[in-house]
Design a protein around this ligand. Structure first.
Ligand SMILES: NC(=O)C1=CN([C@@H]2O[C@H](COP(=O)(O)OP(=O)(O)OC[C@H]3O[C@@H](n4cnc5c(N)ncnc54)[C@H](O)[C@@H]3O)[C@@H](O)[C@H]2O)C=CC1
Ligand SMILES: O=C([O-])CC(=O)C(=O)O
Length: 404
């Protein structure tokens, strides 16, 4: 069975892990660790593994890592060398997520051009970032007049534009502001790079993704295989919290998270955790609640200064890297994402997907088979809320149609 990737971030880290198809190992350069995929020699900046294979493969990986790492050092002593030439645009790049995300993308050897767009303050971010001696070219674009240029020929557009929550708010409370922002940005995407992968981070994801789909349909360029709601942070949190609770090695843990990206619509399938672990009823309750409330935990800790930015940038970088690897021809890339789907009766649903050059290659429905009674009940309950959020997004986009 396919598995969602687990991931380690490689700056300052000495760990490495991987799968048969995507063995990653790390190589030290410029004081930072980058990963090398021995199969096709792609160096990965998050040390991503694309499927879980357990201890033996980890051991095999470590062996291959030291060899590859030496080889790599001999050929490339000090500089990160470009491995692919993808163009990436970040819309909302001067924000709390946008800035650290831009830094992580600047470190990717898969990216040749990094376009940073925002309504303000992006010039300085780009100037700052452009001094990093990694190969990608950074350009800044400010305001609507420069949006079309920002998007021309881009392969992946990542959208963290919009307002974040403050304590006491739900993600849906952001709808009134963020719905319009996403609609405007997607119109520009439709006009300028309709073939790009689109990664939507702006909340409420359960509604902004359906809005984006409607706008793309109105523009006549909707490709459901290339529109993604980014739910990677839910998987990142689930992996972290489960590893802590069960005292497992973090890099080995992989928990699929399905449904949507708000409150009870976030459903970690703990029974599908790899490696196989048993949980008491209390542990299932506690872990599910913590994963569902991970965003709120950060919003409250930040006490009015915003929501998750650093962990979100990490998660978005992981999802971006997976997309770029898929675009580059890696045939073993799996992530959870909120996409158009037929795994339930709802038109959109987050679940594990297989990524390929054309976007979603398969939606993995088997994760929803053989669920525990707890998961079945939670799944039925979440569908009601998720349906309402999807319909709200569709209604918004249909009320004020955009012109093709
Ligand atoms: N999908 C997920 O898992 C997560 C989603 N989020 C969401 O991401 C969004 C951004 O969060 P932060 O970066 O913390 O907010 P922020 O306020 O720090 O940054 C948002 C940026 O968007 C820009 N912006 C606003 N309107 C724009 C427009 N029309 N075009 C381009 N840029 C525009 C702002 O100027 C600002 O730089 C929020 O909606 C938040 O709820 C946050 C964390 C996790
Ligand atoms: O909680 C929020 O508002 C931001 C978010 O989506 C998350 O951290 O998962």
């Amino acid at each position: 069975m396919a598995a969602t990737s687990a991931s380690t971030f490689s700056i300052g880290s000495t760990t490495s892990h991987g799968s048969k198809a995507s063995l990653h190992s790390q190589s030290k350069m410029c004081g930072m660790n980058f990963s090398v995929n021995p199969r096709n020699n792609i160096k990965s900046f998050t040390g991503l593994k694309s499927s879980f294979l357990g201890k033996e493969s980890t051991a095999a990986l470590r062996q291959s890592f030291s060899k590859k790492s030496q080889n790599y050092s001999q050929t490339s002593p000090n500089v990160l060398q470009i491995q692919a030439s993808f163009k990436v645009a970040i819309l909302g790049a001067a924000g709390g997520i946008g800035q650290p995300l831009a830094l992580l993308v600047k470190m990717s050897p898969l990216v040749s051009d990094l376009h940073l767009y925002d309504i303000a303050n992006v010039k300085g971010v780009a100037a700052d970032l452009s001094h990093c001696n990694t190969p990608s070219k950074v350009r800044d674009f400010t305001g609507n007049d420069e949006l079309a240029n920002c998007l021309k020929d881009v392969d992946v557009v990542v959208i963290p534009a919009g307002v974040p929550r403050k304590p006491g708010m739900t993600r849906d409370d952001l709808f009134n502001i963020n719905a319009g922002i996403v609609r405007t940005l997607i119109e520009a995407v439709a006009d300028n790079c309709p073939d790009a992968f689109i990664h939507i981070i702006s909340n409420p994801v359960n509604s902004t993704v359906p809005i984006a789909a409607e706008v793309l349909k109105q523009k006549g360029v909707y490709n459901p295989k290339k529109l993604f709601g980014v739910t990677t942070l839910d998987v990142v949190r689930a992996n972290t919290f489960v590893a802590q609770k069960k005292n497992l090695k973090l890099i080995d843990v992989d928990v699929p998270v399905v449904g949507g990206h708000a409150g009870i619509t976030i459903l970690p399938l703990l029974s599908k955790t790899k490696p196989s672990v048993t949980f008491t009823e209390q542990e299932v309750d506690d872990l599910t609640a913590r994963i569902q409330n991970g965003g709120t935990e950060v919003v409250e800790a930040k006490a009015g200064a915003g929501s998750a930015t650093l962990s979100m940038a990490y998660a978005a970088a992981r999802f971006l890297e997976s997309s770029l690897r898929a675009l580059d021809g890696d045939s073993d890339v799996y992530e959870c994402s909120f996409v158009q789907s037929e795994v339930t009766e709802l038109p959109f649903f987050a679940s594990r997907i297989k990524l390929g050059k054309q976007g979603v290659e398969a939606v993995i429905s088997s994760d929803l088979e053989g669920l525990t009674d707890y998961e079945v009940k939670a799944l039925e309950a979440l569908k009601v809320e998720l349906k309402g959020s999807i319909e709200k997004g569709v209604a918004f986009a249909q009320k004020e149609k955009v012109t093709a």
